[in-house]
Ligand binder design. Structure first.
Ligand code: FES
Length: 153
């Protein structure tokens, strides 16, 4: 009888240990940082020779592999000459109202948001509608060696 109780006690203890180890593993997985802080760096967005006389839409995308975990992110920007005509600017295509994607309207010479009809001028300033602030601007520069317009993202 004592052997059966001893065996049952060891069996229950072993089961509890297995359950505890499983829970600890799950907790450990949950605490693994999913996406490390994305580091901004200069990325090629376009060639200066591709720019026309209107803002050019560019999709920036990247994959990040961290062991078995892969993250992807992308953003859409408009590349254009800046006010001076000698430099370049990059404006985020994400509307500053509620985050819809704006597009360039040639006929209106405006960025237009399809969601609530917000409009922005070529420099990204609010012209009409509900957007509370200008389009977000990313740092942009010309790489003299390559002729590439690079954006910090
Ligand atoms: S999301 Fe662009 S105007 Fe509302």
């Amino acid at each position: 009888m004592d052997d059966r109780r001893g065996f049952l006690g060891r069996f229950v203890a072993a089961g509890a240990a297995l359950i505890g180890a499983g829970l600890a593993g799950i907790a450990g997985l949950a605490s693994v940082p999913r996406a490390q802080g994305q580091v901004k760096r200069w990325r090629k967005a376009a060639s200066m020779f591709d720019l026309g006389n209107k803002p050019m839409m560019v999709v920036l995308a990247e994959r990040h592999q961290d062991g078995w975990y892969e993250t992807r992110r992308q953003t859409v920007v408009f590349i254009d000459k800046d006010e001076s005509g000698n430099g370049y600017r990059a404006l985020s295509a994400t509307c500053t109202h509620l985050g819809c994607g704006v597009s360039w309207d040639d006929a209106k010479s405006r960025f237009v948001c399809p969601c609530h009809a917000g409009t922005f001028d070529r420099g990204g300033n609010v012209v009409s509608g509900p957007p509370p602030r200008p389009m977000d601007r990313l740092e942009a520069r010309l790489n003299d060696a390559t002729g590439d317009i690079e954006v910090q993202w």
